[in-house]
Design a protein around this ligand. Structure first.
Ligand code: HEC
Ligand code: HEC
Length: 466
């Protein structure tokens, strides 16, 4: 199903028809019942935006959470592997080193990129995403037809067919008129892996991460591991004769762990409980949700979808699509000292199959915003450390670029400095809040930014409703 059709479905489900004006502002007074809502005061409240005024969801839904069951033997083995530092060249680094269970399986610290390699001194080039909720990540594809996402697709052909076609505008709450012809789905910031199993070869073999020189080397470490016996039990004693198979089974186990272990997808955020009518948002959080969904202003929900699906799937806060936002170059990343090096996401250099499809240069996966407020490194290059910085970027990128980008020796603002000039047309300048020009009013006021951040914090898991 095309992403646009999905959007329409989702909106129909919550009673906000596609095309109805969500932001027709009736001049109703907001009645504040909780006093600590300084930032949320005196905003015009839309007549019925599906959000209500009193902090309770006026249209509660029943969310489908994945069934909780004890881990299978395969997943239990995967857990041992996930936390085993002996599988790294340094002997000190496991999956959990960069995907910390205390931090929503995201980076454990405020470094833009993590250090790894044999002596834990090599710097990575991208920030580790959260591993939560990936069980719902679709495979990588291009164009609106996801019907046969399981069949192998000729990506170059698909890209060539849609190149030149106009890109659909993304407006929160409104289904696009034309199909969205952008890459979607996949794992990693550039979508180069489809399954959690194939993904896991990446860190095991990456010289700046767990740094095994080869599949053989990684497999030998498993042969020497304390859970060797479990491998024999699950796969038979012959498993150690075929190292490729051994590693493939090991990584399948890690994938099963991420799929089965409930802490990877608990849906216990305040917002989830609000959707179900079990938690009440504060006035600031409620106003933040309104800003988040407002298609003319922040328009966050245009890409970070905030509504549950018709069948009760909780919202994932991503449309699984790729966008070029023109995030500034991160000068703390060593690779960026080379002025000719650019991390351009979908068109390379860490994937090469779409290198000739330059319309995708600069595009990165839209990440979920669930638990984003637990992070201290944001965007694919970890250039920002706080949500305030992230939102300033969205708010000021084009209207006041001097606040976002550095200047060169002649004092000129280096706008969009992390993408070669010839690809800058790929950068999104049509979707709000990016549809503004130099000197325009910002999409969000200071108060609205504070409210938006209050709302983003309701997406952290671990809330207990009364
Ligand atoms: C040195 C830090 C580091 C270690 C160790 C590490 N990862 Fe990662 N992980 C990353 C980074 C960085 C990315 C993003 C890479 C990219 O986009 O190219 C990532 C991406 C991922 C993704 C894709 C997430 C998404 O949203 O697309 C998965 C899944 C993953 N890692 C699982 C693992 C597993 C399983 C292990 C252990 C076998 C592991 N990682 C070890 C840093 C690490
Ligand atoms: C046009 C689509 C689009 C819109 C609109 C949009 N985002 Fe994003 N968002 C993205 C993409 C794509 C990325 C990743 C970009 C990158 O790393 O280069 C991202 C990344 C983020 C991140 C970083 C998450 C992480 O794990 O690093 C945050 C936080 C975020 N967005 C919040 C917002 C907020 C708040 C709004 C509204 C003000 C918003 N976004 C509007 C597409 C969008």
């Amino acid at each position: 199903m095309g992403a646009c059709a999905t959007v329409a479905l989702i909106l129909a489900a919550v009673g906000i028809g596609a095309g109805t004006a969500m932001h027709v502002h009736a001049q109703t007074e907001a009645r504040q019942e909780q006093p600590q809502s300084a930032a949320a005061s005196d905003a015009a409240i839309p007549a019925d935006d599906g959000i209500g005024h009193d902090g309770w969801n006026p249209h509660p839904v029943h969310l489908q959470r994945p069934a909780v069951a004890p881990l299978s033997a395969m997943a239990q083995l995967g857990k041992l592997i996930f936390y085993d530092p002996s599988l790294s060249a340094s002997g000190k680094m496991s999956c959990a080193s960069c995907h910390s269970p205390q931090r929503a399986y995201g980076p454990p610290n405020a470094l833009s990129v993590q250090l790894g390699g044999p002596s834990l001194k090599l710097q990575g080039v991208r920030t580790p995403p959260s591993l939560m909720y990936l069980y719902r990540q679709p495979n990588f594809s291009i164009g609106p037809d996801q019907a046969d996402a399981d069949a192998p697709v000729d990506l170059t052909l698909a890209a060539a067919q849609v190149s030149g076609a106009a890109r659909a505008q993304k407006t929160a709450g409104v289904a696009p008129a034309a199909p969205a012809l952008v890459p979607q789905g996949g794992l990693f910031w550039d979508g180069r892996a489809d399954t959690l199993q194939s993904q896991a070869y990446g860190p095991l073999l990456d010289h700046a991460e767990m740094a095994n020189g080869s599949i053989d080397e990684a497999a030998e470490k498993i042969e020497r591991s304390p859970y060797r016996a479990q491998f024999e039990q699950l796969f038979g004693p012959g498993i150690f004769k075929n190292r490729r198979l051994l590693l493939s089974e090991a990584l399948f186990a890690v994938a099963r762990y991420q799929v089965e272990e409930p802490s990877f997808h608990p849906y216990t955020s305040k917002y989830d409980y609000w959707l179900e009518g079990k938690a009440r948002l504060t006035p600031a959080e409620l106003q933040g949700l309104r800003v988040f969904n407002d298609s003319k202003k922040a328009n966050c929900a245009g890409c970070h979808l905030s509504q549950p699906s018709k069948d009760g799937q909780p919202p994932m806060f991503t449309d699984y699509q790729y966008e070029a936002l023109g995030v500034p170059r991160n000068r703390r990343i060593a690779a960026n000292r080379n002025p000719r090096y650019f991390d351009m996401g979908v068109c390379g250099p860490y994937r090469s199959d779409l290198a000739t499809q330059t319309q995708y240069c600069g595009m990165f996966l839209t990440p979920t915003l669930r638990n984003a407020a637990t992070r201290e490194a944001f965007f694919h290059n970890g250039v920002y450390r706080t949500l305030e910085e992230v939102i300033d970027f969205y708010n000021l990128r084009d209207i006041d670029p001097a606040k976002v980008y550095p200047r060169d020796a002649h004092g000129r603002i280096l706008q969009y400095d992390d993408l070669p000039a010839k690809y800058r047309a790929n950068i999104d300048k049509q979707d709000a809040p990016f549809d503004r020009k130099r000197g325009d009013e910002p999409a969000m006021s200071k108060d609205e930014i504070a409210d938006l951040i209050a709302f983003l914090k309701t997406l952290n898991d671990g809330y207990s409703p009364q």
